[in-house]
Design a protein around this ligand. Structure first.
Ligand code: UD1
Length: 316
């Protein structure tokens, strides 16, 4: 009989989830489980490792199957979500349902199934616009969009499941994750995936605002490594940590870099600012380094180079 996986990843067929699957398998997990409704995830993201993945095509809005699937697992990595700030403004109902009610289901099922720890994908958007950079976990959150608020609620629920129910929980605030497999097919897609597609199809991207907004873009493999560390670090239950690289780059700089790497000159179009947009975002990584052993390996230049290489191969 096949042994049950000790790790289960909700959203495991997604861009970040599938990187985490590969990371856990490389670290020695013989098999991992995923829960995904393939809303934005794709089984193709797991192509190379599919035979070591126990796949459950389940929506986290359905509670009952979750409890059965989680039984016997030690760690749940909760990454399933409907992402995107503007999507949550244009379609608030599904994003509320998945990101808040679905997240509650995951914590509740994990507790009922006797899971040791839930590691939750929170978001840097919870900070909103702060007066000071970098952003530290002790700052008061100021969510500016439904998405930011929903992701913050998931952190609070985690801390309450830790204090009231004894479930170990850790929340990681992801800072604009990018890398291979990020899907550029929707207007809600992450900006770097859209820049890669624009460069390869020779169609100018649109930058919302003046392009001087900045983000702490974090390479997907660095995030996956930190997520795994958060599953084993002692004495961190109920806490929230930044999962960023610590740098900060403007969109204008990034589009310049992408053009340089691709050897093209293609000026961007500029459009109106996006509602709910945060101006600047940069992680203080001190706590994650100290308490989780965070050690990001990829500079933005190296991350961009690898990412563009992947999109080139995909487009070939
Ligand atoms: C936000 C969160 C991030 C979260 C993500 C989920 C912040 C600081 N970050 O990312 O933690 O994981 O949502 O979706 O809130 N843009 C363009 N042109 C485009 C697309 C986007 O100029 O075609 C701009 C946006 O207006 C924004 C920046 O690029 O200023 C980044 O946008 P996006 O990649 O969508 O991510 P955030 O909204 O920053």
């Amino acid at each position: 009989m096949e042994t049950r996986p000790k790790s289960i990843i909700t959203g495991g067929a997604g861009f970040i989830g599938s990187a985490l699957v590969r990371q856990l398998l490389a670290n020695g997990d013989g098999r991992v489980g995923i829960v995904d409704n393939l809303n934005s995830g794709k089984l193709k993201n797991l192509e190379a490792v599919g035979d070591r993945v126990e796949t459950h095509l389940v929506d986290i809005r359905d509670y009952d199957p979750l409890e059965r699937i989680f039984a016997g697992a030690e760690v749940i990595y909760h990454l399933a979500a409907i992402p995107s700030v503007p999507r949550s403004i244009n379609e608030p109902v599904p994003s509320h349902d998945v990101n808040i009610n679905g997240t509650f289901n995951v914590y509740r099922a994990a507790h009922a199934a006797g899971v040791r720890r839930v590691v939750y994908a929170a978001s840097s958007s919870a900070y909103g616009d702060t007066d000071v950079l970098p952003k530290t976990e002790s700052m008061a959150p100021r969510p500016k969009s439904p998405y930011a608020l929903q992701k913050l609620m998931g952190e609070y629920y985690g801390s309450v499941f830790s204090s009231c129910f004894g479930l170990e929980t850790v929340a990681l605030r992801f800072f604009n994750v990018y890398g291979p497999r990020q899907d550029p097919s929707s207007p809600y897609s992450g900006v770097l995936s859209l820049f890669m597609k624009a460069a390869l199809t020779r169609q100018a991207p649109t930058i919302f605002g003046d392009g001087e907004q900045s983000r702490d873009f974090t390479y997907v493999e660095d995030v996956a490594a930190l997520v795994h560390k958060a599953s084993i670090a002692p004495g961190v239950s109920g806490k929230v940590f930044n999962a960023g690289n610590g740098g900060r780059y403007t969109l204008n700089y990034l589009w310049e870099e992408v053009q340089r790497l691709e050897g093209i000159t293609l000026p961007a179009n500029y459009g109106p600012w996006r509602e709910g947009d945060v101006r600047d975002s940069q992680a203080d990584t001190t706590a994650a380094v100290r308490e989780l052993g965070h050690a990001p390996r990829f500079t933005i230049q190296e991350g961009l180079r690898r990412t563009l290489e992947w999109y080139r191969a995909e487009n070939a």
